[in-house]
Design a protein around this ligand. Sequence first.
Ligand code: SF4
Length: 254
Amino acid sequence: MTQEKPRTLCWVSQGAASIISARIELRANPDAILVRCETGNEDEDNTRFEADCVRWLNATVTVLRSDEYENVVQVWEDRKFMSSPHGAPCTAEMKIAPRIAFQRPKDIHVFGYTADRGDVERYARLKANYPEIRTKAPLIDAGVTKAATIAMLQNAGIEPPRTYGMGFPNANCLKTGCVKATSPDYWSLFRLRFPDRFTSMAERSRRIGARLTRINDVRIFIDEIPADWPVTNPIAPACDFLCALAEMDMENAA
Ligand code: SF4
């Protein structure tokens, strides 16, 4: 009986770091498979970006979808719940469940963690918490930072997702904004760049009762952020494998 060869899965989003990480891996291992979880909530320019990258890498992206939901908004509306300090249901439904259905125990997982300190620490936590998972982080190995991944794309003639140029730290879920982001600067920037999307999200989060942001340690609705609030430090948390695994543990423990 022949042994099944382990698959190498490059987990990509529609952002710069994971694409450059996949490029490095593909050069060494052309059989690597690019995989992405569909949220149904990405800015339209992300689609253009992914199409450019697919041509550049000469590789396809396997898109994993929820069996139940088309997008994160459906999850929030169905659950009447958007986010808590312990996580968000959109991660569980749109990222964890499709991933579990797809992955196999022997898979090797390639991640786009960069050589920036926060990412290095995050990757170290992933390896410490889940030693049974076989992982690689080519950007850390090569000392490539997030800023460098954007420069590498531009050098290759690929325009990064437009939302980086708008000041967002990552390109995730910008049709609505990310419900894990509690930074008022993030929501203030989202209001500035996408006023209509902000209005819809403010209405939705009030209806569901989700106080998504926090000022002076008090949770508030996003439309309570003062109009002149700065946009200088728009922190948005990663919505990555580590996050998904941590939430999976909590669900199993519940
Ligand atoms: S990026 Fe934010 S909104 Fe999108 S799936 Fe992750 S937690 Fe949900």
